[in-house]
Design a protein around this ligand. Structure first.
Ligand code: ADP
Ligand code: ADP
Length: 226
């Protein structure tokens, strides 16, 4: 089955805003997929529904063949989410943040310690493992968010504008981490409003505007059209 299958997904917020007007999307296992679109297009709403933070109005979402509505917990175990805002405790150390997060998901401590080292290394943060997180740079904090999401070994990693507002060098370091995660087999979906980012990282692209997908397909095909 697809890593993510979305069928005729609609979302109307209580205030009457139609954020999604019938979105259909398939993401293949192993893919690196971008959702590109301007502010207000509906990207956050879409990934909010996929990650169970937002209730859909209608439509269907399947994660590796698991119906998100019927089997929410089972589907959520397959997903890792990196939200836009930094939401870890700035007064904890990176290693503790990762190990505590794993503990919350029932991962035995010995295993959590091994994984924390793996993820901190992959995020180029191992030498910062014992520092106060508050003292990390902006880019390091963003990579810590990614490392934390990977602690549960999700098959699908979803990132909401992971590089919004960060400068180009920091973005490149994040891209390196994300490429390594994808190369190791995790399917990745990210939202962005930088075409350059989608172009650099992703194999498939969906362009969203005002709640509808206006273009979708392999990156190369779409770039030729744009
Ligand atoms: P179709 O269904 O018409 O074959 P796909 O969307 O399956 O189109 O594939 C379109 C392109 O994406 C093809 O070039 C295919 O090789 C490539 N592709 C298919 N699956 C993946 C994947 N998991 N990761 C990256 N590229 C893929
Ligand atoms: P994007 O992530 O592409 O910027 P969003 O999904 O955040 O787009 O927003 C899509 C539309 O839905 C916008 O018009 C936005 O104002 C509206 N919207 C988003 N969240 C809410 C909410 N909680 N209540 C009402 N309207 C919302």
């Amino acid at each position: 089955p697809p890593a993510l299958s979305v069928r005729d997904l609609r979302k109307t917020y209580d205030n009457g805003v139609e954020a999604l007007k019938g979105i259909s999307l398939d993401v293949h296992p192993g893919d690196f997929h971008a959702l590109l679109g301007p502010n207000g297009a509906g990207k956050s709403t879409l990934i909010g529904i996929v990650s169970s933070l937002v209730n859909k109005t209608s439509g269907e979402v399947n994660v590796f063949g698991v119906d998100l509505h019927a089997h929410r917990d089972q589907a959520m175990r397959l997903i890792g989410l990196v939200p836009q805002e930094l939401n870890f405790n700035m007064f904890e150390k990176p290693r503790d943040i990762l190990v505590n997060y794993a503990g919350f998901y029932g991962i035995p401590r010995a295993q959590a310690l091994v994984r924390a080292e793996e993820e901190l290394r992959r995020a180029q943060l191992w030498d910062k493992a014992q520092m106060m997180s508050r003292t990390l740079s902006g880019g390091m904090k963003r990579r810590l968010m990614i490392a934390r999401a990977m602690m549960t070994r999700p098959r699908l990693l979803i990132l909401d504008e992971p590089t919004a507002g960060v400068d180009i060098e920091i973005r490149r370091d994040m891209w390196k981490t994300l490429r390594e995660i994808n190369a190791a087999g995790t399917t990745i979906i990210l939202t962005t409003h930088y075409l350059e980012e989608a172009e650099n990282l992703c194999r498939h692209l969906a362009i969203i505007d005002r709640g509808v997908i206006v273009e979708q397909g392999p990156m190369r095909t779409l770039l030729a059209k744009l």
